[in-house]
Structures are given as structure tokens and as C-alpha cells.
Design a protein around this ligand. Structure first.
Ligand code: TRP
Length: 388
């Protein structure tokens, strides 16, 4: 039986928010604790972050520690997984260079995520000015290939990511198949693992916009204080048609309910019954379905569901916040985790790179290979002079 190996990661371009948490981080912690995997590699993708932040390396550098703090406080355990920094594993760039020969420009241009990101960053079709913002940096354009190197270097079988990463995994699988068919069975084809709960696939922003993003200012961060979370929940988008408490309300597209779908657990109804008790009305709920039913009927106010959501969020976020505070006081430990993780990652990636070079027959100076090579090439010359 082959080993089961996970590789996944994030670009260090900002602190992680609750969308990252329900979309990937929570799952990673579960997978880590399931004992179902032989090795787990979690990568802070600083080199990938630099592909569209070449002029802002300081931002990437600062956010490496933010992401590491978020990881550890959310429950990733360095005893059970290797947390490492991409740029410290130079084998990844070498693999990328060889894989580049197996992918066409046209294929990259069709990658939907790359296409969309090029649009989003305003890189499209302005190649005349040699300015950073005009035109697509080649490194950015080719990052799906480098992502294939990230995954295959660890012979990962499972890549838990959000659905926006699906085209990347598909492209990786193509590269693996191409490599293996040209050079012989060497690399492992990975499977994507998507979030299992629809609400977690893409958590909307607090304003109801499709995506949480720093630039839109609609994020709740893992590192936010309890007061910040409370204020953000209070200002959240609900159903604009739900004007009076007595009006029937819509649950679909109502961000408070989407967040509840992502965070609420059955025990929260026993833990926070007081949220549904006020002078004007009180309810006793035992499940989210009952809350939704009442909201649809009318009579359940936004204040109540927001209070409940705040408690539910805090129940998850408080332990994370507390662990983060402790870790912030112990940065040498956090950097040590990253250094050791990077060392472990280098060892595995070096082994794969050596397999790759052997398969491509560019391992000239490996033990035993040079003798063979000299013999083979000498025979050619002997043949040439003999045939005179
Ligand atoms: N592209 C991912 C992101 O935007 C980060 C990443 C880089 C990654 N390499 C990876 C994810 C390999 C999974 C596997 O967050």
C-alpha cells in the first residue's frame, strides 16, 4: 500500500480569516488528528506570494509569521505535521524548471484561476510598458507549474484546498501523467479534497459579498479581539427585506445563516439558550433548522440571531485567540518550528528531485552513473575510429 501524504498551504499575503478557517484550516487540524495520514506537509507559499508582490517583499516577510501564528493557534501541531517555508526548499524551483517543458503557454492561458487572477490584478493585455503593473509577470503566469512542483515534491496523494484551487490540481495531474509517460513512472498523481460543507466552500464577507477579502474590508480575522468580532457581527448583512421583526425573513443568501451553517454545532443550543430570550419574545431552539423555520415564518429578529452567531463564533475563536497570545510571546519557538519543518521538507524534496533527475537521465554524477556514462560514450568514439 502506498503512503497517504498531504500537502497544502497558503500564500502569506495577510492574516488568516474565518473563511480560511472553515474552508481549510479546521479540516487540516481534523485530518492531522485523524491518524489517517503518514505525513502531512503544510507550506507557507512565500515564493508564490512573491510572484505578484515582487515589489513588496516586506509584506510577504511579515505575513509569514502571521500565518504561522494562525496555523499553530488553530491547532496544527508540529509533532504531527511539518510546517515549512516554500522559498527554503530550493528543490521546488528546480522541479518547476523541468516541469515547464511539459506545459504549453496555451494550456496555462486556459487555466481558469490564472485567467481570473490576471483580470483581477489588472495585468491583462498591456505588455507595452515595462512597469510592474502592466502585463503579467512570467513567474505569476507560471505559478500553476510551481504549484505542481510543491505537490509532487512530497509525493502528495491528497491536497485539501478550496474550490478555486481545482484547476491547479487538474494541471498538476496532467503534468504528472505527462512526466510519467515520457520519463517512466516516477511521480504520484494527487487527489483534491474539497470542503464537505457547502457553506464552507466559500464563506461570504460580512457585507454579503461573495468573498472575504482584505481589500473589501469584510473579513473576520482569527486574530480579531472579541470586541471586534462582536462589532463586525452587529454590522453584518442579513435579509434586506426583513424590516420588522414580525416580517418573514429569508435564510438563503443571508450571511448570518451562512456563517451559522459553517460554525454552529448542536451543543451550542444548550450552551447559549439565553440568546433567544428577551423581554419581547423568547424561543427554545434545539437545532439550526428550527431557528431557520422561525426566521422564515417571522417573529425572530436579526438582533437575536446575531447575538447567537456572536456566541457561536466566540466559542470557536476564543481558544484560538488565547493560544495566539501565548505564541506571540514565544516567537523563537515559532521560528524554530518553521526552521525544523523546512529542514524536513528539504530532505523529502531532495529525494524526489533525485528520482526526477534519474528518470530524466540527467543524474550524470550519481554513484555508478559516471562509469556507465564514460563506458557508453567511449564506445561511440571507439566505434568511430574503428570504422575508418
Ligand atoms: N495557491 C495556494 C493559495 O492561493 C497556495 C499554494 C501554493 C498551494 N502551493 C500549493 C496550495 C500547493 C496547495 C498545494 O493559497
Amino acid at each position: 500500500m502506498g503512503k497517504k501524504i498531504i500537502l497544502t498551504g497558503d500564500r502569506p499575503t495577510g492574516k488568516l480569516h474565518i473563511g480560511h478557517y472553515v474552508g481549510s484550516l479546521r479540516r487540516r487540524v481534523e485530518l492531522q488528528n485523524s491518524g489517517n495520514f503518514d505525513e502531512i506537509f503544510i507550506m507557507i507559499a512565500d515564493a508564490q506570494a512573491l510572484t505578484d508582490n515582487a515589489d513588496n517583499p516586506e509584506k510577504v516577510r511579515q505575513n509569514i509569521i502571521e500565518v504561522a501564528l494562525d496555523y499553530l493557534s488553530a491547532g496544527l501541531d508540529p509533532e504531527k505535521c511539518h510546517i515549512f517555508i516554500q522559498s527554503q526548499v530550493s528543490e521546488l524551483t528546480e522541479l518547476t524548471f523541468f516541469y515547464m517543458n511539459l506545459v504549453t503557454v496555451q494550456r496555462l492561458q486556459r487555466n481558469p484561476t490564472v485567467k481570473q487572477e490576471i483580470q483581477l490584478r489588472g495585468y491583462s493585455d498591456n505588455n507595452e510598458v515595462a512597469d510592474n503593473k502592466a502585463g503579467t509577470p512570467v513567474g505569476f503566469f507560471t505559478y500553476p507549474i510551481s504549484q505542481a512542483a510543491d505537490i509532487t515534491a512530497f509525493k502528495a496523494t491528497t491536497v485539501p484546498v478550496g474550490e478555486d484551487q481545482e484547476p491547479m490540481i487538474e494541471q498538476t495531474r496532467e503534468i504528472v501523467r505527462k512526466f510519467n509517460s515520457v520519463y517512466g513512472e516516477t511521480l504520484v498523481e494527487p487527489d483534491i479534497m474539497l470542503p464537505d460543507n457547502a457553506a464552507c466552500l466559500r464563506l461570504p464577507g460580512t457585507d454579503g459579498k461573495a468573498k472575504m477579502s482584505k481589500s473589501l474590508g469584510n473579513c473576520i480575522y482569527l486574530s480579531d479581539s472579541a470586541e471586534d468580532v462582536k462589532a463586525k457581527v452587529k454590522g453584518m448583512f442579513t435579509d434586506p427585506g426583513h424590516l420588522q421583526v414580525s416580517d418573514p425573513g429569508k435564510v438563503e443568501g443571508n450571511t448570518v445563516f451562512t456563517y451559522l451553517d459553517a460554525f454552529c454545532k448542536p451543543e451550542h443550543f444548550d450552551k447559549f439558550p439565553q440568546c433567544f430570550v428577551s423581554k419581547k419574545s423568547s424561543f427554545e431552539f434545539h437545532s439550526l433548522d428550527e431557528v431557520k423555520e422561525q426566521y422564515r415564518k417571522g417573529g425572530l429578529g436579526d438582533m437575536m440571531i446575531k447575538n447567537f452567531l456572536n456566541e457561536v463564533l466566540n466559542d470557536t475563536l476564543e481558544p484560538i485567540r488565547n493560544r495566539r497570545k501565548e505564541l506571540e510571546q514565544n516567537l523563537p519557538y515559532v521560528y524554530q518550528v518553521l526552521q525544523e519543518g523546512s529542514k524536513a521538507a528539504c530532505e523529502v524534496a531532495a529525494k524526489t528531485l533525485s528520482d526526477v533527475k534519474r528518470a530524466m537521465r540527467i543524474n550524470y554524477f550519481d554513484p555508478g552513473v559516471l562509469e556507465e556514462l564514460i563506458k557508453e560514450q567511449s564506445e561511440r568514439y571507439t566505434t568511430v575510429s574503428d570504422s575508418k
